[in-house]
Design a protein around this ligand. Sequence first.
Ligand SMILES: [Zn+2]
Length: 282
Amino acid sequence: MGFADFFKNFTKDERALPKEAPSHWIKCPSCNALMYYKEIITQHYTCPKCNFHMRINLQDRITLMCDEGSFIEFDKELSPNDPLGFVDKKSYKKRVEENASKCGRPSSIVSGECTINGISAQIALFDFSFMGGSLASVEGEKIVRAIARAIEKKQGLIIVSTSGGARMQESTYSLMQMAKTSAALNALSQAGLPFISVLSDPTMGGVSASFAFLGDVIMAEPGAMIGFAGARVIKQTIGTDLPQGFQTAEFLLEHGLIDMIVQRKDMKKTIAQILEYFTAQA
Ligand SMILES: [Zn+2]
């Protein structure tokens, strides 16, 4: 299997529910239990039978994390250049245009300011539906600007990741964002301000290899796939079978790579508690 096929399979959104919300019953992708769609929505897109956490879209994520009506978006109009004039099956320019018309913005990150149980914070959230939530120059810049605002306003920072990794169409420019965001996070740390990294399904590649694992607190959603290279690639490279549950949030917690697994229904409350604790120490 070539890389293109691997990537195509990888970005298939198998955990996502159908876009058109059916007015009747749906089946849990994990345990096959039948549930009423409205029930799933009130459960924040988790299965009431097996607790499977489905992927949720960006708007639902903002609703879940931020106090109602508090989110103010920044840097919405930042759009990517095409420094390499990159063309695969279609041009990068065309891909960005198509994704921008689908998602309403030319990048895979939405960033802004909000309050979380009354505590003001900077937040950046990935949108997997924009080119697999890939990290490129605009996404890196949005994160760095969110960090700058956090330092200026003495606020904490939250990044919610769901990403396939660095965007290959910008090549080195994408990889540079790993260093750029990491350096900016160091400045946030020097300012004594907290960074909470939330890993949702999936968090892979250059995102997991940089800022996503630099959180003062790193939390993940149950069952989220988190890693660098895909399991199949690693298996082929090292020529041996991988342990059960490899690259799941639970496996990472057991091996000390993340701090906690947080149920989606408890996410906002937990983040608010951590923000309160860190800012009280400042
Ligand atoms: Zn289920």
